[in-house]
Design a protein around this ligand. Sequence first.
Ligand SMILES: [Mn+2]
Length: 383
Amino acid sequence: MRFVHTADWHLGRIFHGVHLTEDQAYVLDELTEIVRDARPDVVIVAGDIYDRAVPPQDAVSLLDDVLSRLVAKVGVPVVLIAGNHDSPERLSFGARLLANSNLHVFGSLLPECCPVVIEDDFGPVNIYAIPFAEPPVVREKIGGDDIRDHDSALRQILQHITARQPADRRSILVAHAAVVGGKTSDSERPLSIGGSETVEPAIFEGFDYVALGHLHQPQFSGEDHIQYSGSILKYSFSEASHEKSVTIVEMDATGKCAIERIALSPRRDVRRIEGTLEDILEKARSDENQDDYIMVTLLDRQPVLNAMGRLREVYPNTLHIERPLVAASTMHAQAPADHLRLSEAEMFSSFFSQVTGEEMTEPEARAFADIIEALRRREREAT
Ligand SMILES: [Mn+2]
């Protein structure tokens, strides 16, 4: 049997003020084409379908559109679960009806944890899709007085499942969790505040493949068949070096899995650029991907006027600028206590040298003094 494993779509994500829905639609078109070519028996989406519990309307339309195409047009069953960003109840809407149409949505944790059964030439495969749930919810729905954290909660669910799983039947687990030792990024929201959020990979014993969501970088956890597919797009600048992909898995008659990652190419990449402003503007001229989402680390030691405006002339999607070499020195110059003590002339002279990198000349200082004097005179006459 062949299946596609993807996760962390985060539909409706806003990245530094930019709505990513169009970029998400673009990459999901690509994913749909990959599914069309691969002709899998099922597509698995391992949570964080939406970026927030109440997603924007166009994110809901996009999901509706993608799922309709996959299930109705391409003709592939889809199994999806809620992640920690999703609202279990909202995602569950219509789930019992949709299951009859090959769309298997697991929003709220169900006490029965019944598998979706998919047949291939070698017989049935049980897919256990476990939506993300807080430990108290697991205690309430599944039972288990010793549930304290995510590890013991998921352990309880898996014991519940494996106790009923026929030994000779192949099985896949779909879950949204943070496995110990995983490589994280800046865009995974912590699963618990304070308590431990990680689970041991050993708890997945007995499943032939574990399709995980939550970590945004594709990776395996402990063993090859315990996989994170990663997110479909880079959702933070900390992911700039990631290769985003979907995972295609070929499972044989014994449950052994061959794993392949197919790269996704976004409409706009997320990149980090470093250099002095002049350097960056110069190099940008031969850059073919000026629409990418850019974070700039400016290495100028002197303050630069209107850096964002000038960068956006070449990189319209410059979203963030970092000034590691300036921060420390300007912080001293701009300490509020100093401001109160400085005269206007001193303040302006300090501003002038920060912006131009040079001291004011005698005639410039005089010109400034004349302007201030003229303003004062006007003020006096007005009162
Ligand atoms: Mn997550």
